[in-house]
Design a protein. Sequence first.
Length: 141
Amino acid sequence: MKTAKIKKIIFLTMTLMFCSCSTYIPPKYDLTGYDKKYLSFDMEVYWKEGIKDGEIKIDGLVKNIYIYDIFRLEITARAFSGEKKVAEETYYFYPRELKRDEILPFTISLKGVSDKNVKIKFFYRYYANYDEDFSLQFGSF
């Protein structure tokens, strides 16, 4: 009788140990807090902008919605005043990879922007894993 209880306790303890180590819960992000978004077949980008003391700060999230794995993801923000580029900055996500349905945050600061009427354009590029077929992908918005 005593042996059966000990075996049961050991079994339950080991079950809890192995189950708790095998799960990964990714962080949750509130996408409603971002006032701008870009939707494409491969990814979604959500961001918000703020300007202070000649600097535009862009806080955003990138979500992989289609590709099996995304490697060496980069996103570049360019500020234009009319046709003239006044600032550019790139955020590098690697060595981190972005799995399908995973979300990663990014922050870009564009310094030296005095005009509040600038237009920001984004350009992204990454290597996609299509079933062991790696290819360079890019887009802009």
